[in-house]
Design a protein around this ligand. Sequence first.
Ligand code: GLN
Length: 247
Amino acid sequence: MEHPVIDVVSLYPHDMNIYGDWGNVLTVTRRLSLYGYTPRVHAYNQGDAWPDHVDLILGGGGQDTGQGRIAEDLFLRADTLRKLAAEGTPMLTICGLYQLFGEYFETVAGERIEGIGIFGVYTQGHDVRMIGNLVEHSDRFGDIIGYENHSGQTFLRDGVRPLGVVDREGTGNNGKDHTEGAQVGNVIGTYMHGSLLPKNPRIADHLIRTAATRRYGEFHPDQTEEQRTALERLDAIAEQAREVAAS
Ligand code: GLN
């Protein structure tokens, strides 16, 4: 029997893919396969043709220079991305792309890189980098664990919903208001590298469930016993990582 396809776009993996962010693509594709779907990964870099079909978008972090390199192309794709976001396409953007899904990022060197304004947030470069483990609590996903490394301090406009509240370890958006990340509709932005999704399978499953439901009208896993067991094993390993982070 044909397994239903889910088209996953990895956004700018050439320039925006640091501190293990590709692990998010690996996790989503592995879990999709174990749920009985066929993941099709489109690595989209500047100048590439835009894929015909998009169910889920994953974007990673990058150095300020990498953000500068993709900025022009991101602008060319801005309307497409804003339309997909408004329609409810699930997206996860980490650090550098989280910043550029906001209004702008002004680097510590004073260069201003315009964002595409999906999130009502703006980011100001800072001379002290925010580096280390990050643990936060989210109403939607429970405890989220990861790792941050950024110079940009991000501030949320009034009414913008953070992804979580940094209540134990780490800096988060700006080190001042305890917020971390942002969410609008099905689009999530966060400073969590780590990689994020292997250690936070609830977020991975949320993205997968949303993508499948939007494309096929329902999320309907069609698994063998082996696949179910393999998925449980992955979840148990994630739980080990989470216990270490919580201790
Ligand atoms: N260059 C950005 C900053 O330092 C993003 C870094 C990242 O993606 N880790 O704020």
